[in-house]
Design a protein around this ligand. Structure first.
Ligand SMILES: [Zn+2]
Length: 82
């Protein structure tokens, strides 16, 4: 299982880091299960340099171990939550 990066490690970039609020597990669309609320502090995956790749992989169910860590705003923009 892949882990998101801790928020504290990304502060140097100068870009405001959004905090992940949900985990979207790799199989969540197939099983239509709800995203899981995050209890630990992780940066939103949307800010990662390899985001495009992660999103493509996740969307296509290519990697059963790839979970997305997203803040509410980005999850909404991506259509993952209402
Ligand atoms: Zn975000």
């Amino acid at each position: 299982m892949q882990q998101g990066e801790k928020v504290s490690e990304e502060i140097t970039s100068g870009i405001p880091v959004c905090k992940a609020e949900f985990i979207f597990y790799a199989q969540s669309r197939a099983t239509s299960s709800r995203p899981v609320k995050l209890l630990d502090e992780y940066a939103c995956d949307f800010r990662r340099s390899d985001w495009e790749h992660r999103w493509t992989e996740w969307n296509a169910h290519h990697n059963p171990y790839l979970n997305l860590f997203l803040c509410g705003d980005h999850a909404r923009k991506l259509g993952l939550i209402e």
